[in-house]
Ligand binder design. Structure first.
Ligand SMILES: Cc1cc2nc3c(=O)[nH]c(=O)nc-3n(C[C@H](O)[C@H](O)[C@H](O)COP(=O)(O)OP(=O)(O)OC[C@H]3O[C@@H](n4cnc5c(N)ncnc54)[C@H](O)[C@@H]3O)c2cc1C
Length: 376
């Protein structure tokens, strides 16, 4: 089977690898650089603990964590998926529908009943785990320690996984922009490239993230509710911090070679995803000011960079993965939390496309739900 994957972010890389591994002739088409879309501007926490308002979505994210581990073991990817643990304060802002704001204990109990690895620690234990944190910042509220959580260096992942698809399974990488999909009688038969040329395929997988609708007519789109986000990076700092921190003021984690990566939900509300990056400088400075309150040793460490991106968020916030009604040969994989979900999406989509199975894990996340909602 000939398959095209549009996009080489974490989702496209994962799908391309699993399709190629299972025997498809895969062509990956990327307009920018590998992993150069939203995947390069992600906080990239690999977790299911923020996905508590839907058990099926929680389970899909748990599968994401497990699929990360499988792929890291297969390809020797432990450098792209560190798991030192994450600490979450009460009142830390919630990313994707949780119950944590005022109800940390309720959240903890629910996570435990759903089998998520977490423990509750007293605020004064924090000092021995992460001595760089200012004790004045603790408060006396309990903290959840997600013992096995970590993050994914998504661009490293995309490069290595696509490299493995090429080297081990003869996938092809084409740099170019998909202008439109090619159709014949309600069937997608390939893609047309900007500047001319058509690549034919039996199946086209749309992993173009926030740009997923740009080369489609209305019948094939997934309604999106894009949300901008800002991440800022400090210069390398010689701190002892090893875990990710999710505090009421900001989220912060190591990002390699001593840099710290900073972001905050309330600051994201102020970000214009279409404005030039300089427009977000004052907000990046505010992130640094918050980080210095948490970690006093950052007092003379400046920011090195900041980046803005737009999340590929389907309109109801949940993933949209599956065929598009009325258009055979075309398959959507558009999702927020794609860093967590990418490897699981790769496994599930390859199984559905190549073996004709309907994976129950995806039953609640089909693009068809939007068509039903419109026509109901
Ligand atoms: C600030 C922020 C924080 C986040 N935090 C987390 C988090 O903690 N945990 C988590 O799991 N997720 C998080 N996310 C979400 C996550 O980063 C995204 O869901 C994920 O990166 C999406 O990956 P993707 O491969 O679908 O899209 P992308 O990485 O954007 O890849 C799509 C690719 O398609 C290419 N493309 C687009 N159009 C075309 C075309 N016409 N022709 C050819 N190529 C094309 C693009 O160039 C791009 O490389 C966060 C996002 C942001 C912005």
């Amino acid at each position: 089977m000939k398959a095209i994957v549009i996009g080489s972010g974490i989702v496209g890389a994962s799908v391309a690898y699993r399709l190629a591994e299972a025997g498809a002739q895969v062509t990956i088409i990327e307009e920018r650089r590998i992993g150069g879309g939203t995947s390069s501007v992600s906080y990239a926490w690999v977790n299911a603990c923020e996905k508590l308002d839907s058990k099926s979505y929680f389970d899909l994210n748990v599968m994401g964590r497990e699929a990360h581990e499988r792929l890291a073991n297969e390809l020797g990817g432990h450098d792209w998926y560190p798991r030192p643990g994450v600490l979450q304060w009460q009142d830390a802002n919630s990313e994707a529908g949780g119950i944590d704001r005022e109800n940390q204990l309720e959240k903890y109990e629910k996570l435990k009943s759903w089998g998520y690895p977490a423990e509750l620690i007293a605020a004064d234990q924090l000092g021995s785990l992460e001595p760089d944190i200012d004790p004045a910042f603790y408060g006396n509220r309990p903290i959840i320690h997600y013992l096995e959580d970590g993050w994914c260096h998504a661009v490293v992942y995309a490069g290595r996984v696509i490299g493995a698809a090429i080297d081990r399974h003869d996938a092809r990488f084409v740099r170019g922009k998909v202008r439109a999909i090619a159709t014949d009688d309600a069937k997608c038969i390939g893609v047309d490239l900007d500047g001319g040329g058509r690549i034919a395929a039996h199946i086209v997988v749309n992993a173009a993230g926030r740009w997923a609708n740009e080369f489609l007519d209305d019948t094939a789109t997934v309604p999106l509710a894009p949300k901008a986000g800002l991440v800022a990076y400090t210069m390398p700092a010689g701190l002892r911090l090893t875990r990710g921190l999710r505090t009421p003021e900001l989220n912060l984690r190591p990002d390699g070679a001593g840099r710290l990566l900073l972001r905050a939900g309330d600051i994201d509300e102020l970000i214009d995803g279409e404005a030039p990056p300089e427009a977000a400088q004052e907000h990046a400075d505010e992130l640094l000011a918050r980080a210095r309150r948490l970690l006093p040793d950052l007092s003379d460490v400046p920011l090195e960079a900041s980046r803005v991106a737009i999340r590929p968020k389907p309109a109801d916030s949940y993933s949209a993965i599956g065929p598009i009604p009325g258009l055979s040969g075309f398959y959507a994989t558009v999702t927020h939390s794609g860093v967590t979900l990418g490897p699981a999406i790769g496994e599930l989509v390859a199984d559905e496309i190549l073996n004709g199975t309907e994976r129950p894990e995806l039953a609640d996340f089909r693009p068809a739900r939007f068509k039903t909602a419109v026509s109901a």
